[in-house]
Write a protein that binds this ligand. Structure first.
Ligand code: PMP
Length: 378
């Protein structure tokens, strides 16, 4: 056969998520932890690899050791916890189980792209409730959508990626009370915001909370995330999930990191300190608008954002995320809070780029002025 049948038509409008692998000296584009696992944890992990990881055996499908530890730390039972191959896998599981043809998901754009992508590819209708100009959730419109459209899933990224905004707890309480839809509160950046909906789980069987090992815990490369939810939710998700998605090595590494999570506390405090330095540095650059953030990244607006993004990469080898083509984020870039040195490099690169923009604008004005003068002189 010299032809290939088309895949499902839903895929026509989709583009692969961030398929490009762009190299740079300073990578501030994916909200990762700037530091690898601390040395003592790497040592312990190496010991475990040498002594007792049976790579020839399938992993425990439910990562029992890890889920029990996570449950205990959150005052829950193991049945309230699902571990996945990163938060991404769990988001897909939620959409597979609660979405699908004839069902709908409320999305609050601009927000994390995967909710919309997963809804789209599973034939789940997307009900968009756009955020307000300052990126706050439009509470009235959300409550109206719940009443009028009766959605099956509502997803709130909290803090919101890429804007850094938190939805008020009171609004989320109202949402939970107004619907029996599954309300997925994505707390991927919880360790930085230090705010959680966990206390509301007992009263709301429809609340599910997503967390990840990819940010504060330095494990983005190993893929581990977890969901806290009512056991009924977890049971349904185990019907759709890939049974062996969290491999043995990841289970051991994530368990070590979680057991020794106090080690990461200094890194979180450091990130919050460097974030202040980053916000302050950006605020001092003319022509830049910054948005408040509760996470380990900062969204800012700058004229000709894509050309600034290119200058950062090509002239300074600094990679940030260009989100300026996303509706509502025109002229916006997102920068991850890296190490002190990385942020100094980013800020000095921005300083140079903005100065040269100002100079060329000034030159542009002068060129116009001198043309006028010549004309006047004639
Ligand atoms: N939710 C949000 C809001 C995120 O920003 C991310 C990572 N970019 C994820 C979930 C998924 O993270 P991971 O799959 O690495 O756990």
């Amino acid at each position: 056969m010299d032809r290939l049948r088309s895949p499902r038509p839903e895929l026509d409008d989709l583009v692969p998520y961030e398929a490009r692998d762009i190299r740079a000296d300073v990578v501030l584009s994916a909200n990762e932890n700037p530091h690898n696992l601390p040395g003592e944890l790497l040592e312990k992990l190496a010991d475990r690899v040498r002594s007792d990881i049976a790579f020839n055996r399938y992993p425990d499908p439910l990562a029992t050791h890890l889920r029990t530890m996570i449950a205990e730390a959150n005052g829950l039972d193991a049945g309230n916890v699902l571990v996945g191959n990163g938060g991404d896998e769990i988001i897909l599981d939620v959409v597979l189980a609660w979405g699908g043809p004839g069902r709908s998901l409320v999305d609050l754009p601009p927000t994390f792209a995967m909710y919309g992508i997963d809804a789209h590819m599973t034939g789940t209708e997307i009900i968009e409730v756009p955020r307000l100009a300052d990126f706050d959730v439009d509470g009235e419109a959300l409550m109206r959508a719940i009443e009028e459209r009766d959605p099956d899933i509502i997803v709130v990224s909290n803090p919101n990626n890429p804007t850094g905004t938190m939805a008020p707890e009171t609004l989320l309480i109202d949402v939970l009370a107004a619907t029996d839809a599954l309300v997925l509160v994505d707390e991927a950046y919880f360790e930085f915001s230090r705010q959680t909906m966990r206390p509301h789980m007992e009263r709301n069987p429809n609340l599910a909370i997503l967390r990840t090992f990819s940010k504060a815990f330095s494990l983005a490369g190993l893929r581990a995330g977890y969901l806290l939810a009512n056991p009924e939710v977890i049971r349904e998700l185990t019907k759709v999930r890939q049974p062996y998605s969290v491999n043995r090595f990841t289970q051991v590494a994530a368990s070590l990191a979680f057991r020794e999570r106090m080690v990461f506390e200094a890194g979180v405090r450091d990130t919050i300190r460097v974030r202040d330095r980053l916000l302050h540095g950006l605020a001092n650059l003319p022509g830049i608008e910054i948005f408040p953030t509760e996470a380990n990244y900062v969204l800012f607006r700058v004229a000709q954002a894509s050309s600034v993004w290119r200058d950062l990469l090509h002239d300074h080898s600094v990679l940030v995320r260009d989100v300026s083509r996303t509706p509502g984020l025109e002229d916006c870039l997102r920068v991850t809070v890296g190490s002190d040195e990385e942020i100094e490099k980013f800020l000095s690169a921005m300083d140079e780029i903005m100065a040269s923009k100002r100079a060329s604008e000034h030159f542009g004005l002068n060129a116009t002025a001198s043309r006028h003068m010549t004309k006047d002189g004639e």
